[in-house]
Write a protein that binds this ligand. Structure first.
Ligand SMILES: Nc1ncnc2c1ncn2[C@@H]1O[C@H](COP(=O)(O)OP(=O)(O)OP(=O)(O)O)[C@@H](O)[C@H]1O
Length: 309
């Protein structure tokens, strides 16, 4: 669904401060491809909600600019905002009205035709429960109704701030499937923020990782997976590690660490077999040759922790 090189959201050197003492967003260059599901990730307080509020023009940047589908937010505010549907944490709903009437009120206020109410309810799978009072909805149903509200204006871009916050695993799964369907069937570009990679890992095509207001990584999920696989190493132990280290260096192997064990960068299974043959051929006894891989979550955490990219 990614649409060539077209960009849905681009921020250039976006900065923002709530006060003189603390700059919360620091020169952010966000680039979200059209047609993508972009996971906007970072720990609590990293600046995700503030960035989203800047994109929705709920805050004004100290410097920098926002473009949505190539149009400047500053110069073409109404046009830009008309293409966006947003759900910021929990939606504000009228508990004493039915799901249908909640949407109808908003549709009337925004001059959206009535037919769209039914369509939005169907898109989020709430058409059968549309006649129930919202006070009787589960949290998951309320989130889906919030999504229906965001979808009323038929947006090309959905911005969702932690939409699965507080949901149980089945609620999370439901929202995930719904978002995937909106992206695939209806071509909606989705920005979804979360502080947990594991929550969005099976949904997103792209990720952006923010820490203390700075972009630490952004790109296709595959690129993050690649970084993760490149950090794999083989932990080697022999009956003479001093000699083993010499042999490995003579063979131009990349030894990452030589302490209790010798950690050698993992390339592939053939390389692993080669190392064992090399050491045993030199008369050493290999006690251990173990592949140590880090999960995607560990890579994510190390990016946040080290700011190393
Ligand atoms: N209204 C405000 N006034 C002053 N500081 C604020 C305000 N809102 C947020 N902040 C500060 O701005 C920083 C970024 O907050 P923000 O809510 O954007 O982070 P976040 O990544 O969305 O975190 P979370 O996952 O907890 O929602 C934090 O240090 C926060 O304390």
């Amino acid at each position: 669904m990614i649409d060539g090189n077209e960009i849905a959201i681009e921020t250039s050197d976006l900065s923002f401060s709530f006060s003189k003492e603390q700059t919360v967003i620091k020169g952010l260059n966000l680039k979200i491809p059209k047609g993508s599901i972009f996971g906007f990730l970072g720990p609590n307080g990293a600046g995700k909600t503030t960035t989203i509020r800047l994109i929705l023009d709920l805050l004004s940047p100290s410097s920098g600019a926002v473009e949505v589908f190539g149009k400047s937010l500053r110069d073409q505010r109404s046009l830009v905002l008309s293409r966006i549907g947003a759900l910021i944490e929990t939606p504000s709903l009228y508990e004493h009205l039915t799901g249908f009437d909640n949407l109808k009120v908003t549709a009337n206020l925004r001059g959206i035709r009535q037919k769209r109410v039914g369509e939005a309810l169907e898109m989020v799978g709430l058409d059968a429960q549309a006649g129930k009072y919202v006070r009787n909805y589960s949290l998951g149903m309320k989130q889906r109704l919030g999504l229906a509200l965001a979808l009323l204006s038929s947006p090309d871009l959905l911005i969702l701030d932690e939409p699965t916050n507080g949901l149980d695993p089945s609620g999370i799964l439901e929202i995930r499937e719904l978002l995937r369907e909106l992206n695939v069937k209806h071509g909606v570009t989705i920005l979804v923020s979360s502080h947990l990679l594991s929550e969005v890992e099976r949904l997103v095509s792209h990720v952006g990782i923010i820490g203390q207001g700075k972009m630490l990584f952004q790109g296709p999920l595959k690129e993050l997976q690649q970084i993760s696989s490149e950090s794999a190493f083989i932990e080697i132990d022999t009956d003479n590690n001093t000699r083993a280290l010499e042999i490995l260096r003579e063979d131009h192997q990349s030894v990452i660490k030589a302490t209790q064990f010798l950690d050698v960068q993992y390339v592939d299974k053939d390389r692993l077999a080669h190392l064992i043959t090399l050491l045993t051929a030199a008369g050493l006894r290999v006690n251990r040759a173990q592949l140590v891989e880090s999960s995607l979550e560990e890579t994510f955490l190390s990016i946040i922790k080290d700011d190393h990219l």
